[in-house]
Write a protein that binds this ligand. Structure first.
Ligand code: HEM
Length: 127
């Protein structure tokens, strides 16, 4: 038990549900949908690869795309503090919907909130 990675704890099936529930919300969010592609299939596929390795699973994202360099990959997109909050609110709701709970949820959400803040590249009034 104590040697399981967070990825093994959540499992591939639940991670897939979480990512799909998340992008359904992103695609409908008034502050987010304009910066994402209409078809989120490929975005969701990459995010699932990324989160797999972020949670200690196989390095699927890096194997296919190279080093994540997440902040650099987000620079072409206008990411304001309010868009980071919107991203996190979509994740929070997706966690509710898919039953991601407890200490695991708290720890993952906290890590994601730090990563999301790190992605902000535009002050609110310039967005
Ligand atoms: C890609 C927005 C935070 C992981 C993208 C894309 C956008 C975006 C517009 C491009 C989608 C596409 O063209 O397919 C945002 C916004 C965020 C945010 C507004 C708010 C802070 C995060 C966080 C993570 C993340 C916290 C990781 C936990 C990714 C990954 C990709 C991506 C893995 C795919 C990169 C690639 O093209 O290979 N994001 N993002 N993003 N984002 Fe975010």
């Amino acid at each position: 038990e104590q040697n399981r990675t967070p990825y093994e704890y959540i499992g591939e099936a639940k991670l897939t549900e979480l990512v799909n529930a998340f992008y359904t919300r992103v695609g409908n969010h008034p502050e987010l949908k304009s910066i994402f592609p209409d078809d989120l299939t490929e975005t969701a596929r990459k995010q699932k690869q990324f989160l797999t390795q972020y949670l200690g699973g196989p390095q699927l994202y890096t194997e296919e795309h190279g080093h994540p360099m997440l902040r650099a990959r987000h620079l072409p997109h206008v990411i304001t503090p309010s868009r980071a909050e919107a991203w996190l609110s979509c994740m929070n709701e997706a966690m509710d919907e898919t039953g991601v709970e407890g200490d695991f949820r708290d720890a993952l959400y906290y890590r994601l909130s730090l990563t999301a803040k790190h992605m902000v590249n535009t002050p609110e009034h310039e967005g």
